[in-house]
Design a protein around this ligand. Sequence first.
Ligand code: ADP
Ligand code: MG
Length: 429
Amino acid sequence: MRTVDDLEVAGRRVLVRLDLNVPMDGSSISDDGKIRACLPTLQALIDRRAAVIACSHLGRPAGAPDPRYTLAPVADRLARLLGRPVGFAADVVGSTARSAVAALRPGDLVLLENLRFEPGETSKDDEVRGELADQLASLAGAYVGDGFGCVHRKHASVYDVPARLPHAAGYLILAETAALRRLTSSIRRPYAVVMGGAKVADKLPVVNSMLGIADRILIGGAIAVSFLAAQGHSVGASLLEGDQEAARDYLAKAAARGVNLVLPTDVTVAAEGSGDAPRTVVSVTEIQPGQMVRDIGPQTAGLFASELTGARTIFWNGPMGVAEIPGFSAGTRAVAAALVDSDGFTMIGGGDTAAAIRRLGFTDDQFGHVSTGGGASLEYLEGKTLPGIAALEAECAVPAASSSRAVIGQAGGGGKVRDTVVTEPCGRP
Ligand code: ADP
Ligand code: MG
């Protein structure tokens, strides 16, 4: 994969796809981790005198402008973190974006409005996506992909634009894929995987593929409930998604392959509808009707911590309980502490897991790598092809002349920008 270091950017307009899909609380940003993760690539492009056009999605607007999902607050935060002005275009490829882009000088940065205000961004129709990709590509002379959190999406700005412009991967994608490679090849063993969280249907297949790779798999969160039910335990009023047939199948596979699949022995429960109180610890054999499993219990937390001792590689996805509520965060805290104590390589994936550890007072530098992409890292580990990575690895298929319109040349002197038609090979400069 070509890196941003290899891309000729000075005096050129460079479109950078980022993942600035930060959690919002009304119009304020509740966690700016994803914005911070973009800074190295943006700073390098600015330092190298590129005219930077940043773009991202935010939330799930329905393919039309929706003020609830504007990226305007993100532009402000970006300006504060970079310590320099950041322009903001109030549309994606409309007249505002075009004039903002035309006014860029080397070292300037503009953020386009939410890509998902355009229906073409997420369309399943190649032609519809292609039309938006043509418009986006016409804004720039080169493309940098650095939105790791969306590389598993076949979206116009992720998949179709890099086919139309000379392209390279940014530092975040390089760091994320380098960390993930440590979990897929030349793995230092024992390799322990901790799975939790609530998206059971998404996560069961990951447990399945991990059965072929990991030495031990510890299961908490709502997925544990599916496994407990599959073992024949009553799970009361707990969140029970996903099919227990699959869970039963994985238990059998783990036994056959000698993989240590570790399930909770005790759980913290709450009465249905009681919110954060009152809570009780019960053995998994004694969950009563009307009780909901909300966290792993203290005995299980100790068991998980001891299973993690001595592991030389640990991957963790999904909180052990409803960690947003302090009374149900002990299991998540115990697993985080076990990772911090580990001498092995530790990686955390998953938006809610990362947010939970930060809320509990841990910092990213206490772990080997905290991924910005939950779904993307899980799909990578499952061995799926990620469209956004495949597009960056592919050579640009479009003839040179077609990317020439919006390439800006260096003016004769003074670093001023003017529009020139530049023809160049589409690919490594
Ligand atoms: P991530 O974003 O890290 O991949 P998920 O989105 O899968 O994690 O899951 C996070 C959610 O799982 C949290 O909102 C948490 O409250 C919920 N959760 C964890 N354990 C349970 C449980 N036992 N019952 C219900 N919800 C749970
Ligand atoms: Mg989540």
